[in-house]
Design a protein around this ligand. Structure first.
Ligand SMILES: [Zn+2]
Length: 239
């Protein structure tokens, strides 16, 4: 180790070598703030990836507690978290601080609703969807459209997943694509139809890649589509 060893740059050396990010992109990531809504399967995967990538401030919000039935796919959490029934936001903050102590984590134990969404959005460069319901997604959509904040829709159930990046100034929003939410009772959920972990990894990987492109200003590299995947039926679609 030489005297000019910089642990923070060494940490990101492989990402800086990736020319699309580079040193300038890394600096931009370190100055960015992302809001992750939901710390379940998608949200905790997004949070871990963005923390490892060095996104400077991660704000995340979830009202639930870690349960043993989460451990099959929510790789952030441990049996200890479930035994203690820790709030997911707190367990997430604990693990992220161990993974990357350079970044600032802002956990919040809350239900996201009309009364807090605009405060949560404040000063955020991107919002990432880790929720499990359409009502919250429309709430995110409307607040992001109002304040011109980019957000990345994502959902997974069974072996199927979908994601889309919404830039209010440049792309259709969620309401343009789905004017009406599917009736809550008719839409399959992870509680009724189950879910397998690989689809979580795929959806969150695409969402995080899009977040890295947005935060480093590489807008021409965004996928500009509704991406759908089914890892069991082997279907991959871009609309
Ligand atoms: Zn719209």
């Amino acid at each position: 180790m030489t005297s000019d060893f910089q642990p923070s740059l060494d940490r990101y050396s492989r990402q800086i070598l990736f020319s699309e990010i580079g040193a300038d992109g890394q600096r931009r990531l370190s100055e960015s703030r992302a809001l992750i809504i939901g710390c379940g399967a998608l949200g905790s995967a997004q949070a871990e990836s963005l923390a490892r990538a060095g996104v400077g401030t991660l704000r995340f919000v979830d009202r639930d507690f870690v349960e043993f039935s989460n451990l099959q796919r929510q790789t952030m959490f441990t049996e200890q978290d479930a035994a203690e029934r820790l709030p997911k936001a707190i367990a997430c903050a604990n693990h992220l601080s161990e993974i990357n102590s350079d970044i600032v984590v802002e956990p919040e134990i809350a239900d996201v609703n009309h009364s807090n969404i605009e405060r949560l959005l404040e000063n955020c460069d991107v919002v990432i969807d880790g929720t499990d319901n359409f009502a919250t997604r429309y709430l995110i959509n409307d607040a992001c459209v109002k304040h011109n904040v980019n957000w990345i829709y994502g959902a997974a159930v069974g072996s199927y997943g979908v994601t889309m990046t919404i830039r209010p100034s440049a792309t259709p929003c969620l309401r343009c694509i789905f004017p009406e939410a599917p009736p809550a009772a008719s839409a399959p959920t992870c509680d009724t139809a189950g879910v397998i972990m690989p689809i979580i990894n795929i959806v969150s990987a695409v969402q995080v890649s899009e977040a890295l492109k947005l935060l480093t200003g590489k807008l021409t590299d965004l996928h500009n589509s509704l991406m759908q995947f089914d890892v069991w039926r082997n279907e991959w679609r871009r609309i």
